[in-house]
Design a protein around this ligand. Structure first.
Ligand SMILES: Cc1ncc(COP(=O)(O)O)c(C=O)c1O
Length: 386
């Protein structure tokens, strides 16, 4: 019996896993079942904002576990209300809906956008425009919203009413945002699509157009949010005020929680019975999230930007690197090597990195210590150059 053989035997083969079983960790160092150490440049895909086994987070979570681990959303819950109040106090959003994942957050945003439009304008105005090369989740509807053909297989019929515009092409997006449109949904940096950043001119222009036409602007911040790009949410880097944002991944700091956050004009849209989730805003996950948000301050964001600059400077000096994309500690590296091979070689040398389409992708913990970061970049540089 081993973790790997039992996994292969008893768990559906929907993931292409690397041959390693992580059993413990502290900060940005992880350990496998044989005791080998790894530097973690993935943080569970942008989830472990403060690394593994963070002391403050553990204390928040275990403190709540000792009080109540779950009640239903028939009742009020302190951790949930404190988390929502804190998120609203740090943004322009008025209220939110809690769920358990990024896909569910996007599903909630799509439902709210369609209802907002139907309540105000009646039927025939339900189309959601998203971008080519986007990724919005794995449910049937969020796959339908995902602008990559390779995801539109196997599960027919998909949800109707999505159309894909070219990123950074204002004319194309404007043409698709017709009188039949309820919303435009975008990732400011397409994470799974290859860490592709939208230009500020494009984002500003589509944001203005959406405001003018009362088409809701939904920003999917599932990967870009929670300090990842050097601000609490990435939209702040663009100086825009979306109508809805979605967040998950880093929100719980390692426990499953997501949210669709609504600006004032959408805040009254979800009425009793129109949406719900048994676990949404679970007290333990909300307590963990609260401990994460409290520590996302300007001093940390400064560190994120400093580490980002260091990574970019080191990697852009390599002869096998042809481009670096992203923002903050969400970085894509285009090399002459196959990203999957880079992942494999790094693993053998004790470094965990990710890939995203044609890029190697780095999403380290925001508080990764400089000496560990430096050691990891040494290994990555060696792999890329060898
Ligand atoms: C931008 C974006 N949206 C949505 C999702 C889906 O999130 P989840 O896997 O939590 O459902 C992801 C996951 O990678 C993502 O990167």
């Amino acid at each position: 019996m081993s973790i790997i053989s039992d996994t292969d035997k008893y768990i559906a083969h929907s993931y292409k896993r690397l041959p390693v079983a992580i059993t413990s960790g502290k900060g940005s160092l992880l350990y496998d079942d044989g005791g080998s150490e790894y530097i973690d440049f993935g943080s569970g895909i942008a989830v472990n904002v403060f690394g593994a086994s963070d002391t403050e987070w553990i204390s928040a979570v275990t403190g709540q576990l000792g009080k109540i681990s779950h009640t239903s959303n028939y009742y009020y819950s302190g951790p949930q209300s404190s988390l929502a109040a804190m998120l609203c106090s740090r943004t322009h959003f008025t209220n939110m809906f809690f769920c358990n994942s990024g896909a569910e957050a996007n599903e909630s945003a799509i439902k709210a956008a369609r209802k907002y439009s139907a309540d105000k304008y009646g039927s025939g105005r339900s189309k959601i425009v998203t971008l080519k090369n986007s990724f919005h989740g794995r449910t049937i509807t969020t796959l339908s919203a995902t602008g990559q053909d390779r995801f539109h297989n196997h599960f027919f019929p998909f949800t109707q009413g999505f159309e894909f515009a070219k990123p950074n092409d204002f004319a194309d997006t404007a043409e698709k945002l017709g009188d039949d449109s309820a919303a435009l949904m975008i990732e400011l940096i397409q994470g799974e699509g290859g860490v592709n950043t939208l230009t500020s001119e494009y984002v500003k222009a589509v944001s203005d157009l959406c405001k003018k036409k009362d088409i809701l602007l939904i920003v999917d911040e599932v990967q870009t949010g929670l300090g990842r790009t050097g601000r609490l949410f990435c939209y702040e880097n663009y100086g825009i005020y979306p109508d809805i944002i979605t967040t998950a991944k880093g929100l719980g700091g390692g426990l499953p929680i997501g949210a669709a956050m609504f600006a004032e004009k959408v805040a009254g849209t979800l009425t009793p019975g129109t949406h719900g989730s048994t676990f949404g805003g679970n007290p333990v996950c909300a307590a963990g999230a609260l401990s994460v948000i409290k520590r996302l301050d300007n001093a940390l964001f400064e560190q994120v930007n400093k580490k980002s600059k260091y990574i970019i400077e080191r990697l852009s000096a390599l002869k096998n690197v042809s481009g670096i994309t992203g923002m903050g500690l969400m970085i894509g590296i285009k090399t002459v090597k196959d990203p999957a091979m880079v992942m494999d070689s790094c693993l053998k040398k004790g470094l965990l990195v990710l890939n995203a389409n044609d890029k190697v992708r780095l999403l380290p913990a925001l508080n990764i210590p400089f000496d560990i970061l430096e050691k990891g970049i040494d290994i990555l540089s060696e792999v890329i150059e060898e």
